[in-house]
Design a binder for this molecule. Structure first.
Ligand code: ZN
Length: 436
């Protein structure tokens, strides 16, 4: 493990020392650079959310060969896949970033790849900031901590264990690898990079959460002492940056202390840790916009930490963030008269969830009845109309009586009348009966 920090005195900062950097310490400039990095250094081989360890490292291999990096195998997964750390810079402030501890949460892995592509680049594109980061920081990145989970795109590792509930027991090699790396690097700052569900809404505005942030608690008292105080300031800076990108779509993650989770224990172990959860944005099924926002957010945070400017952040900006609050359903069909064979039409709301909420495909019936308290991402107004379910939506197992089946594929036609021949009203294409 000593290898990881050995040989840090690489000449990545040559030529930059004389350059005046007054503006480079400002949020605006790091955000501007971040946007440019996200666009110009996007690793094109990672084009969608689902990729394997082999695919990731095939894409990263030519990038991390750059002399600016040290690559270390820090452990192996249950199935023997190497877990690697990529280190950049030789500054006194050490920052540890790890992604995809949950195998199906890949957004920030793509962002780390893009950042690496820029950090290792030899051209002069935003080279001043790159050189300054190398001088101020030692950045240790672990993209894809749980490669076995990523292989089958599941949250848990190959044994079915949630690695983020294994920070205390350290029963899994993936958790032991991260803990050993932390103990070796002794980072002052940490970034725990995850994805959260697509159906979570902010408390205040009820918008879908694009990014949720948390400076995790280090103990039950949830005070902002020790490492957590600095983490809160870093998080405040992140709120400002991300709100600038997706106003009203930033929330605070649940703040309960979890004595088995890495974010919480990292904080307790003395590493000021911020959790970044990529949620979902409209029309971003592969989370490519969120990938770019992560690049901007992480780069701005690195800049703020390196320059020390994070200390000037207003903690109230973080404190006032609305919580990850309500869970929405994907679609609510409100107020239609439902036409069931052999029964009079019945007024009922329908809640539907897609099997794939990001791509909005394969809707299923979730709930039927008076759903006036249900919050939905999309609402289809059915008042005054008749909802004719497709046969797949009906259950006829009970003595011939046909009723709506919870969990059934939710495809239907909205018509002006109760007769199957009456005029149809357009519904979103994903809800229309399959013409086959
Ligand atoms: Zn996660």
């Amino acid at each position: 493990m000593a290898l990881l920090l050995a040989g840090c005195a690489r000449g990545t900062t040559s030529g930059a020392a004389a350059a005046p950097v007054p503006a480079a310490g400002s949020t605006e400039s790091a955000v501007t650079v971040g946007k440019r990095v996200a666009e110009r250094f996007r690793v094109a081989a990672l084009a969608s959310r689902r990729f394997t360890h082999a695919q990731l490292w095939a894409a990263l291999d030519p990038i991390v060969r750059a002399p600016a990096f040290r690559v270390t195998e820090i452990g192996r997964s249950i199935q023997g896949r190497p877990i690697r750390a990529v280190t950049y810079g030789s500054g006194p402030t050490r920052v540890l970033l790890w992604s995809q501890m949950h195998g199906d949460e890949s957004t920030a892995t793509m962002s780390l790849a893009d950042l690496m592509a820029w950090l290792g680049d030899a051209s002069d594109v935003d080279a001043a900031l790159r050189a300054r980061l190398a001088r101020e920081l030692t950045i240790v990145m672990v993209p894809m901590l749980n490669p076995d989970g990523a292989e089958v795109f599941q949250r848990e590792n190959a044994l079915g264990v949630d690695v983020n509930r294994d920070a205390a027991r350290l029963a899994t090699p993936e958790a032991r690898t991260l803990k050993a790396l932390r103990d070796s690097v002794r980072p002052q700052f940490g970034f725990n990079l995850h994805d959260q569900g697509a159906r979570i809404l902010t408390g205040r505005s009820g918008r879908q959460v694009g990014i949720a942030l948390l400076a995790p608690a280090a103990d039950e008292s949830r005070g902002y002492t020790g490492a957590r105080g600095a983490a809160r300031l870093v998080a405040s800076g992140l709120v400002t940056v991300v709100e600038g990108e997706i106003p009203g779509r930033v929330a605070k993650y649940e703040d309960d202390f979890n004595p088995r989770a890495f974010g919480d224990l990292m904080q307790r172990w003395g590493t000021s840790t911020v959790l970044i959860e990529s949620g979902a944005l409209p029309n971003d099924p592969e989370k490519q916009r969120l990938r770019a926002i992560n690049v901007v957010a992480i780069l701005s945070a690195l800049d703020a930490i390196g320059s020390g400017r994070y200390r000037a952040a207003d903690p109230l900006i973080y404190d006032r963030l609305p919580m990850n609050a309500r869970t929405a359903v994907d679609v609510l069909v409100r107020g239609a008269m439902v036409v069931l064979p052999g029964a009079p039409p019945m007024r009922a709301d329908l809640a539907l969830n897609y099997d794939e909420p990001l791509t909005r495909t394969r809707p299923r019936v979730r709930e039927v009845g008076d759903l006036s308290l249900v919050v939905a991402m999309d609402t289809v107004e059915g008042a005054g109309l008749f909802l004719h379910p497709s046969p797949a939506m009906l259950d006829d197992s009970r003595g011939g009586a046909r009723r709506l089946r919870i969990g059934a594929p939710a495809t239907f036609t909205l018509r002006r009348g109760r007769e199957a021949t009456s005029e149809a009203v357009p519904v979103p294409p994903s809800l229309s009966p399959d013409p086959s």
